[in-house]
Design a protein around this ligand. Structure first.
Ligand SMILES: [Fe+2]
Length: 494
């Protein structure tokens, strides 16, 4: 099968913005395509791979208002559905309220993160001026996919197989109102619960919530913070969540005048609030850590008296750009450069008895976008899969696997001009070991304008791909990804 679902004229093309060109150039076509029409260019699709690999990302349609940032674009989900050694690929824009309004107008109606002052109408996000692009993360909860953007937006539900946009979650999105949901929600696969947070520029600056396995909002509570913050992720263990109050936030005096100037406050410690899963502000125990910012955690778990949190720390999250030209894109690239940001795998240990925090680096190499076996989320895990980052650019050019027990690592690097996105772990049907399965990614070949779905043996990613399937068209790099086992499909068919 090879069908075009929809095709749009992209008026965002033609600029010199690096995030609308090369590996980031948006694609114009929505496809539905299956093997054997889809070409397997290397190996065989494993017969014990059963489920859907989904990846969200920003795929802008209209010429942007103001300077475009890679987190601004319209959300587009790409999915590879595996069953019996066959694969079906689909990609669909997330048809949010903002996306539909811009489609009707035939042009952009909202600016992005960099120039919110150019907004002429109220928008979404913690800044209140962006389009609700729902392009940052995607997970599956209560049988439906859920997509949102990191700056907070309405939680959009999608059919996990057809990727049809079903709209903002009908059961609880209205309760959250315009505050919405931050994209890095946490799923406990053992209970089916989803933990989430949101944040904004007016008090309460932060809210924490729990949606149960039946998709009922069973907990939603404000958390007191000293001011407006810009968190991106949170930790989850079997009994707790770990909330982030990090010293990278908008300059408060400038914010009072309506200006958004991100600043890293090196003299303010990071604070981590450990809250029981159904706890309130009064139950939060705050721990201090070295000043830092955190984009993505790999996992958190309980061990004796300690709550352990692992992920990618940034100890220089706002690099010095004072010597760089104001025109062009050097400043944006520098601010997004994970190497300048001093990003690396790190571990925090919060001792619930003593109130002390202990920290250690797990690596000195720059990697980000950590993923683990979803069954181990909130429980102890041994293996983490991350991505290598190209110095100077927001480009992922390889995979790295950590064995936290032995300290050994494995790496695989993309062929020249090729890049990957966040790469989730998919357990083999009947898997026993934590790493008995596959690592999946979409690989963009920027030079040859083509893309592939690439499958690795999770036990040996350094041996390179087991299988590569060519996609029907070029796709740009994306943001976050998720593996949905077939057991979560509940009657859906490809
Ligand atoms: Fe993220």
């Amino acid at each position: 099968m090879l069908e075009i679902h929809d095709r749009k004229t992209l008026t965002c093309l033609g600029s010199d913005n690096p995030y609308l060109n090369g590996a980031w150039e948006p694609c114009d076509t929505e496809w539905t395509a299956s093997t054997p029409t889809l070409k397997v260019v290397q190996g065989e699709i494993p017969k014990d791979l059963h489920g859907v690999y989904m990846r969200n990302g920003h795929n802008q349609v209209h010429a942007p208002i103001g300077k475009y940032h890679p987190f601004d674009g319209d959300g587009m989900v790409h999915a590879a559905h595996f069953e019996n050694g066959q694969m079906t690929y689909r990609n669909r824009w997330v048809r949010t309220t903002g996306f539909l309004a811009e489609a009707a107008a035939g042009q952009s109606l909202w600016p992005g993160i960099i120039e919110p002052r150019k907004a002429v109408r109220r928008g979404w996000g913690s800044i209140g001026a962006m389009k609700d692009n729902a392009g940052t993360d995607i997970i599956v909860h209560a049988g439906k996919a859920l997509a949102a953007m990191s700056q907070c937006s309405e939680p959009y539900r999608l059919d996990p197989v057809t990727l049809e946009t079903l709209g903002p979650d009908a059961a609880w999105s209205r309760v959250l109102g315009e505050r919405g949901i931050c994209s890095h929600f946490q799923i406990d696969e053992h209970t089916g619960e989803m933990m989430f947070f949101n944040y904004g520029e007016k008090a309460p600056y932060f809210n924490y919530g729990v949606v149960n396995a039946r998709n009922e909002l069973v907990h939603y509570t404000p958390i007191e913070l000293p001011g407006a913050r810009w968190p991106h992720d949170m930790g989850m263990t079997q009994n707790y969540c770990i909330l982030h109050d990090l010293p990278m936030f908008f300059d408060q005096a400038a914010l009072a005048k309506g200006q958004h100037r991100l600043k890293f406050h090196r003299d303010i410690p990071a604070r981590f609030g450990i809250i029981p899963r159904m706890g309130h502000n009064r139950d939060v125990r705050w721990f201090e850590g070295q000043p830092c910012y955190i984009l993505h955690l790999s996992n958190s778990y309980e061990q004796g008296d300690e709550v352990v949190m692992e992920g990618c720390i940034q100890t220089n999250p706002v690099p010095d750009i004072s010597g760089l030209p104001k025109e062009g894109y050097d400043r944006m690239n520098a601010l997004l450069d994970m190497h300048r940001q001093e990003t690396r795998m790190h571990r925090w240990r919060f001792n619930l008895k003593t109130g002390q925090t202990r920290e250690e680096d797990l690596d000195d190499e720059v990697t980000e976008f950590p993923m683990i076996n979803g069954r181990h989320k909130g429980r102890a895990n041994r293996f983490v899969y991350t991505a290598h980052m190209v110095p100077g650019y927001w480009l992922l050019d390889g995979l790295k696997k950590y064995d936290l027990q032995t300290g050994k690592t494995q790496s695989w690097h993309c062929p020249p001009g090729c890049y990957v996105s966040e790469s989730p772990f998919a357990p083999r049907v009947g898997a026993q070991d934590e790493d008995d399965g596959y690592v999946l990614t979409f690989m963009t070949d920027a030079g040859n304008r083509r893309a592939e779905c690439v499958i690795f043996d999770a036990k040996a990613i350094d041996r390179g791909p087991l299988c590569r399937v060519e996609l029907p068209g070029f796709i740009p790099l994306g943001a976050h990804a998720y593996w949905m086992p077939m057991s979560d499909l509940k009657g859906h068919t490809a």
